[in-house]
Design a protein around this ligand. Structure first.
Ligand code: SF4
Ligand code: SF4
Length: 119
């Protein structure tokens, strides 16, 4: 399985990491561009330190206990998600329904793509 994030859409909510049973995700500093762009996302989904404006407007003021768009992760949220261990994914789909930015992409071995839809 290949798992990557459309980085400009990621709020840093950490839901993906919290629900994944096999530790596919890590939250990394937004300034650490080289270590954020390592999950094989297509060029248009790579992190260039610019958040997509619609997702920013939607989540920047939401008070749900998560630090949206924070530079660094504090253990509960913040930073930006990276699919560091996609090979371990068992396609439970837990992350796909929890992703605020609707920015997780999973490609299975047959090439079928699964995308997150926030619910
Ligand atoms: S679908 Fe894969 S990456 Fe997502 S939570 Fe389940 S095992 Fe983790
Ligand atoms: S759940 Fe989605 S928006 Fe939240 S940190 Fe993970 S990839 Fe980013």
């Amino acid at each position: 399985m290949k798992v990557y994030i459309n980085k400009p859409l990621c709020t840093g909510c950490q839901h993906c990491k919290d629900v994944c049973p096999v530790a596919v995700f890590e939250l990394r500093d937004r300034g650490d561009v080289a270590n954020v762009n390592v999950d094989g996302a297509p060029a248009e989904m790579e992190w260039k330190q610019v958040v997509e404006k619609d997702v920013y407007s939607k989540w920047k003021d939401v008070q749900d206990g998560h630090n949206h768009f924070a530079e660094k992760n504090d253990g509960t949220s913040g930073g930006i998600s990276v699919g560091v261990n996609g090979e371990a994914c068992i396609l439970c789909q837990a992350c796909l329904i929890q992703c605020e930015g609707e920015c997780i992409h999973i490609i299975d071995d047959s090439g079928t793509e699964y995308k997150s839809i926030y619910s």
